[in-house]
Design a protein around this ligand. Sequence first.
Ligand SMILES: C[S@@+](CC[C@H](N)C(=O)[O-])C[C@H]1O[C@@H](n2cnc3c(N)ncnc32)[C@H](O)[C@@H]1O
Length: 660
Amino acid sequence: MNKFIGEILNILKKDKRLFSKDDNKLLKGELISLISKDDEKLLELLSSNKEIEKRFFKKIGKITIFQKENFLQLITMNEFLPDSFTAFEISIGLSNNKKLMASQEDISLVFPHKDCILEGGQDKEDAKREEIFFNTTLAPDEVDRLKEPKVLTNWKKFDSKGERKIKEVSKNDNLVIKGNNLLALYSLLPSLRNKIKLIYIDPPYNTGNDTFGYNDKFNRSSWLTFMKNRLEIARELLSDNGSIAISIDHHENHSLKFILEEVFGADNFIQDVIVETSSPAGFKLVNPGPVKVTEYIIFYAKNKKTYLPTEKKLFVEDKTSEVYSEIITNPKEKYTNWKTTSFDKYVFKKLEVENLKELKKKYNDDLAKEIFNTTKREMAIEYADYLFTTYKPDNPSKALLEKAIESKKTPNSFIEYSSVNNSIYYLKNGRIVAFYKNKLKEVKNKLVPTKHLTNLWTDISWSGITNEGGVLLNKAKKPEAMLKRIIELSTNKDDLVMDFFAGSGTTGAVAHKMNRKYVLIEQMEYIHELPEKRLINVINGDETGVSKDVDWKGGGSFVYTELLEWNNKYIRELGSAKTKTDIKKIKARIEKEAFYKYQIDTTKFDNKEFDKLSEKEQREVLADVLDMNHLYVNIDSINDATFAVSKEDKELNKKFYNQK
Ligand SMILES: C[S@@+](CC[C@H](N)C(=O)[O-])C[C@H]1O[C@@H](n2cnc3c(N)ncnc32)[C@H](O)[C@@H]1O
């Protein structure tokens, strides 16, 4: 071990709080926590050592500053107790600007104006720089009123009669909320804490891609902060038997796993699913190495002990399964008289040939095999009750073993065996008889051979989803069939499902068709063109996606509302401002109505200098003076005349926030 590290450890030993009483090992988490809180006793102890003082304490005049970041960096290094492979060390990868994600309380806000900026005629490089400007990270001391619930406005209800204003809102309403999801989630917390059974999200994958209408290019640390902020509150919203499922791809799935482990705990991991999203074709083949055709869904429970997935054993069609080979020819008689033959004979009879050789004379080899196999699979469903195979009992009880020995004495007959729980089995030649009917299950309203659902999903088609729900979302839409499976796995009828990266509203549409309740959150203006329109289509009996599988006929309703914007509207408008004249008009309104950051001294604002700035710089300066705590109107300001909240909205907010 490095001598200096040894010295630090010796010094730390003087603080009993830092060592486990059981095995006297250093409690790294405790050390970090005390360092983060500037614990006086610990700082005194550290500064008492000359070497530590020299390296981590800086004197400026009469003031001494502890260089906390540097110290944290050192103790998170692998050399510092390399043998203790603790959860803490695992999270080393998740340091953000040298601060550990676990101990970091920054908040990342994200604004969606990339497209507008591109339309403004800028080249790609400019657009990339804009991204950084619009992803704002706030340090804890800048977060003041951000997390308080917000005023909701523009309430509307949609049902089969169309759209109308409302006077009532009930906890049974499906909700579609427009606004920044972090702030919307905080607004939902008072009424939905511990109430949500399933949260499915499909966040920006951080692909660095320009082709989406929303931000998908964060630097990794902003993305991590962005996700951590939202996952922490998602966890609070989940019920004790609730779970979360997150779509992600190779860009961030490893970082995401770290955050999930931190927020939900490693013990609550349920499963990673690999989803086949496409087949190798076209341009993808140009890339070197294996072709990427998959992405992932990561499942975590809020509390694995109370999460009950076993109730939900799902089956999927097994297209490659072998059809059983023997059939009982006289099933109506008592089992003791049952006779058997090869099932192939039935198939040849139907095909009016004696054997495969004869069939091959009629067709070529491959076609004959294909015809034979297809006919056999179809007939197997029809004869499933009498079609069987046999298998050797695994770990048999004494009674079963005795029956098996008895059965071997008359190898061509069936004998009966009744298990301890009174289930009836048949044995033939010492082996258990399995009927093909037990392999069949109804999938998509059709009886088919099945197997247990695994964590490899290759059976969901992505190719025909463009028109699902009657709305388009380029490249980002998920298949309804995938959402159906996720919802089936984790919820029952009437359970509450949430998606706070709603996009085109796939989660809401499927939840609606499957009689679950739902809450969707989406920030973009296209909320009206996409999820809202899609859910209206669903109410009106949308026939696409999973409609046939769930026998969807239409009906139901949802309520739309949005966070009442304040500073957010200037950021939104600045994003789409194309000329300096546009910016000037927004500036005038900001001067009149907006809330500035407390550090801003408006008397020092130099208008002449401002005029000389480029459009991009002007937008940056203006966005930078706005207080992020006032993006939307806080509920405790609802009666403030500045915001002119209508009487109806006041009433609805009161009802919404008071519902239990
Ligand atoms: C990948 S898309 C979701 C697609 C969706 N699963 C579907 O099937 O249509 C991600 C969505 O999250 C939204 N989003 C990203 N950041 C957000 C934020 N901070 N608040 C609200 N919505 C956000 C984006 O605008 C985008 O529509």
